[in-house]
Each structure stands twice: as structure tokens, then as C-alpha cells.
Design a protein around this ligand. Structure first.
Ligand code: ADP
Ligand code: MG
Length: 250
């Protein structure tokens, strides 16, 4: 699904990503782990179009997507979750989800101008879709809650929910479980597994919690110092000498 080849991302003279290549198989939940500062988020940002690479290429289903901006990738179904921005914290959870598809297409504008009835129907369809997403994530009781009032874990579920408002194919999650309690972490894990199995989502996720990684991810890719150090099943990775050394070295 995604092939990133020999990616370099330098900040001045500093090589945050220093020749990393990864492949994300269609239908997989691929884990990306590594010590702090390994370059994981930077590599994600390059693949997701947030940062242009210094060099290297990214393809999606065989098509060159190197350097395409996030909105272009969004239309191809490549999504990266973002934290709920401040502006949206006073909107309800349902409204936050309804914002996602945007309705910015020419057709949408046409409807807005000439066919207000159709717009109302679109709004109802969006609201219904949002409620389905909330039920899937088991947070339907929070539909009317202001996003700003959610707990950290509930916000993470809402971030995941936003990827479900469109036809996502591959979703990048950067530390979606950070600071989340065990119960909500399990709920997030369940949602990821169901999206993978029932909706065919491909995932690539950065995570520190090895239990979470081991439960969800195969393969697991390990980065250190801007390079890929190892790849394999969670069990293989945890027994890999170079990996253990890289973690102990920090
Ligand atoms: P990870 O996600 O694996 O913890 P990052 O990709 O966030 O690592 O960062 C890798 C390295 O690149 C770190 O040393 C970080 O300080 C540096 N870095 C990240 N972004 C920038 C930036 N915009 N400018 C300069 N250095 C950066
Ligand atoms: Mg990071």
C-alpha cells in the first residue's frame, strides 16, 4: 500500500531521518517503535505530506505521492490523525465529526446555492454518519458533549472517529495511546482492530506501550537514529539484540 524509499529529512545539518525505507502492506496494522528522537514522527510527517523530504520517495498503491500536501493525500484516503484544534473545543463531538468531509466540492456549493433542501438532506446524512461512528467507537453518549470537555482518551477516540467520516484506506496514528488510561486504551485498540478487520483499513501506528503494540501490530518496525534498525513480529523484535541495545542506550 505504502512504500517509502530511502527517506532523508534533514533539519539544517541534523539528520532526523537518515535513509529510512519502510513498506506498509495493504490490510496490515504496522507498528513503528523506537527510542525518543529516533525520527518516527518525522518519517510519519514526510509520508503524510506534512513535511517535504530532503530526498527519497513515497508511493501509495504504486503511485508516486512524494511531497503531496495533506489535503491531496486525504482525498486519496491517506489520513493522519491530528489533535483536536482549540477552535473546535467549543463544538460538540458530533459537530466535530460533521466538520470533516467539508462539503467543499463544486457540487456541494451548487447545492448550497440552488438547492437548500438538498443541503438539509446532506446535513442529516452527515449527522447520521457521525452517530454511526460514535456508536462504533462506543462513545455515542458523548455526542452532545463539547469536545473540550473530553478526557485525553476520549479525544483520541474522536480523532480516530474523524478518519471514519471519509473513506480512509490507510491511517497513520502517532502515539494515539499516550497518556490514556488502560480501559480507554483497550477501547482504542478494539476500534483499530475492528476498523482493520471489518472496514479494511490499513494502519501504521507509532506507540510506546509494548503490550498495545504486541496485541495489534504485525509487523513491527524499529527505528533508531533516523534509520530502520529491525523489522519482524513483536516477539521477534523484543528478542532482537540490536533493538534491546538501542533502547538501553537512551
Ligand atoms: P520521535 O518521534 O522518534 O521521537 P522525531 O521524529 O520527533 O522523533 O524527532 C527526531 C529528531 O529530529 C529529534 O532529535 C528532534 O529533536 C529532531 N527534530 C524534529 N523536528 C524538528 C524540527 N522541525 N527542527 C529541528 N529538529 C527537529
Ligand atoms: Mg514522535
Amino acid at each position: 500500500m505504502i512504500i517509502a524509499r530511502d527517506i532523508h529529512k534533514h533539519f539544517g545539518g541534523f539528520r532526523a531521518v537518515d535513509g529510512a525505507s519502510i513498506e506498509i502492506e495493504e490490510g496490515s496494522i504496522t507498528g513503528l517503535i523506537g527510542p525518543n528522537g529516533a525520527g518516527k514522527s518525522t518519517l510519519f510527517n514526510v509520508i503524510a505530506g506534512v513535511l517535504p523530504p530532503t530526498s527519497g520517495s513515497v508511493t501509495m498503491a504504486g503511485e508516486d505521492i512524494t511531497g503531496l500536501p495533506p489535503h491531496a493525500l486525504f482525498h486519496k484516503g491517506l489520513l493522519r490523525t491530528f489533535q483536536i484544534a482549540h477552535e473546535f473545543s467549543s463544538m460538540t463531538v458530533r459537530e466535530n465529526l460533521m466538520m470533516v468531509p467539508g462539503g467543499q466540492s463544486g457540487e456541494g456549493l451548487w447545492n448550497a446555492w440552488f438547492r437548500r433542501g438538498a443541503v438539509a438532506a446532506q446535513e442529516r446524512a452527515l449527522a447520521q454518519k457521525a452517530d454511526e461512528v460514535l456508536a462504533f467507537l462506543t462513545i455515542d453518549h458523548l455526542a452532545e458533549e463539547k469536545a473540550g470537555n473530553l478526557s485525553g482518551g476520549q479525544k483520541k477516540l474522536l480523532e480516530l472517529g474523524r478518519t471514519m467520516m471519509v473513506d480512509a484506506r490507510v491511517v497513520f496514528l502517532d502515539e494515539v495511546g499516550a497518556g490514556v488510561n488502560r480501559t480507554l486504551l483497550n477501547t482504542i485498540g478494539d476500534a483499530i482492530l475492528r476498523l482493520n478487520k471489518e472496514r479494511g483499513y490499513t494502519f501504521c501506528l507509532i506507540e510506546h506501550d509494548m503490550d498495545f503494540i504486541a496485541r495489534l501490530c504485525d509487523p513491527v518496525i524499529v527505528m533508531a537514529e533516523g534509520k530502520v534498525l529491525a523489522q519482524g513480529s513483536a516477539t521477534e523484535i523484543m528478542q532482537n539484540e540490536a533493538v534491546i541495545e538501542a533502547y538501553l542506550g537512551t
